[in-house]
Design a protein around this ligand. Sequence first.
Ligand code: DHB
Ligand code: MG
Length: 224
Amino acid sequence: MTENTWIAVDDYFEALFTSKDKDLEAALDTSAGAGMTTQQITASQGKFLAILAQSIGARSILEIGTLYGYSAIWLGRTLSQDGKLISLEIDEQRAKTARRNIERAGLEKVVEIRQGPALETLSQLATEEHAPFDFVFVDADKPNYRAYLDWVMKLTRRGSLIVADNIVRDGTVTQAYSRDEKVLGVRRFNSAVAEERRLNAVGIQTVGAKGYDGFLVALVTADK
Ligand code: DHB
Ligand code: MG
């Protein structure tokens, strides 16, 4: 099976199950222009996240790593007007573009993009009343995944669902002696999740238009 097959199957599922959407496509265009398409989740992955969030009745969502807001549009659309998605983005230009994409999609009331290093915006969030979040999507810089997990555990409750992107990285995640900081970061994160008594977790490998990677899915099983 080649990567072309994965892409063809992604196209096939997308044609079957996801309708054309000008707001999502516009958000993708902004990232294509910036040459960042490989870091965006695919349409099917966006729908997968949305279905997960909807299936637990999520009303508050935290995203770490906004990029241009593509996944935030998928997740924001699952929320009613009294729901809230807070998405954290370190890069000012990306945050600006993401806010425009969110506005175009008519989601500016429910989606808030906070610009700054996530370790700072997370500690700020912990002092506010948005937590606990029902659903968390971790998709930011891989070396900090482990540090983000500590905050995510503080900002969730029993029953919250956590999804983390890019935990397979073309299969390199098995390389304990890798010198790639992203691989090492994801490995530290996966080990910490495994050791966390309050999490029941699984790693799921994926192939598709984005290549070979995977999601970690973890259910928070206890409040403390
Ligand atoms: C990278 C980051 C992502 O979030 C992604 O989905 C793919 C690649 C990266 O930093 O390499
Ligand atoms: Mg990602």
